[in-house]
Design a protein around this ligand. Structure first.
Ligand SMILES: C[S@@+](CC[C@H](N)C(=O)[O-])C[C@H]1O[C@@H](n2cnc3c(N)ncnc32)[C@H](O)[C@@H]1O
Length: 233
């Protein structure tokens, strides 16, 4: 596993009360994602279907914010064999490495720990589901993604976007239906403040346009969680 992170993993200590992807979260990540992310599996399935239809099996694909490796595992099972993952959290990568080494013992060597995008690699497709909203230097990160894609390469991006109060109330209902208590819902909301920074749908599209992704389709949207499909010209 390639580690080009400068800071120590002690940053994962939740001393500020803010949201961190630490060991506790990493070990129960899928459950957390299913309870807090509308259409979590539906978006992963859509991502895989699009890549199956449009990227050759030996095409280079990277999952940005690969977390526990759910998407990479399904891509591998579909026969893709040039798969890479990048994540900022050592603990998430530890879980991803464990899950993915069950199908390919060399997989962990293709998981990179880094806050910034990989350099000197070119990809046929880049996935960034539910991650860019955590990245401070969004524009620089997007530019690096754009530069690393081949012409006609695909970029699939899912972001939590700004919600109106009406939408937020429905999102709270979604979580209550997942049996989360009001205290748990409120605590996570506070932990994420200033850590997950949503933009409006329009701001996201403007940012993608500015980066050079002139063709952007919305391929899924639920309760403010929006999936964009971008094709590099
Ligand atoms: C909600 S999870 C993403 C879920 C994942 N894409 C999936 O399909 O299951 C967000 C991930 O982004 C990672 N992350 C946060 N900041 C990052 C950064 N600057 N670079 C890379 N990954 C980052 C976190 O460690 C976490 O694993």
């Amino acid at each position: 596993m390639y580690d080009n992170k400068v800071e120590s993993s002690e940053n994962n200590i939740n001393s500020t009360g803010k949201w961190v992807f630490d060991a506790e979260i990493a070990n129960r990540f899928t459950d957390e994602a299913e309870k807090h992310i509308p259409d979590y599996w539906k978006v992963i399935e859509l991502t895989i279907n699009i890549l199956k239809d449009n990227v050759p099996k030996d095409g280079y694909i990277i999952d940005v914010g690969c977390a526990s490796g759910n998407t990479l595992l399904y891509l591998y099972k579909q026969g893709f064999n040039k798969l890479f993952g990048i994540d900022d959290s050592q603990e998430m990568l530890k879980v991803a490495g464990k899950n993915l080494s069950k199908v390919d013992k060399d997989f962990p060597s293709r998981l990179f720990r880094s806050k910034t995008f990989v350099q000197n690699m070119t990809f046929d497709a880049i996935i960034c589901n539910w991650t860019l909203h955590f990245i401070q230097e969004r524009q620089e990160y997007l530019k690096a993604i754009f530069d690393s894609l081949i012409s006609k390469g695909l970029f699939i991006l899912t972001e939590k976007t700004l919600q109106s109060q009406i939408t937020e109330n429905q999102y709270i209902l979604f979580k209550q239906n997942k049996r989360l208590s009001n205290e748990e819902i409120e605590r996570k909301k506070q932990q994420l403040e200033g850590v997950l920074n949503p933009l409006s749908v329009r701001q996201n599209i403007e940012l993608l346009n500015k980066t050079g992704f002139y063709q952007t389709d919305i391929i899924n949207a639920r309760l403010g969680f929006v999936t964009f499909l971008c094709i590099k010209p």
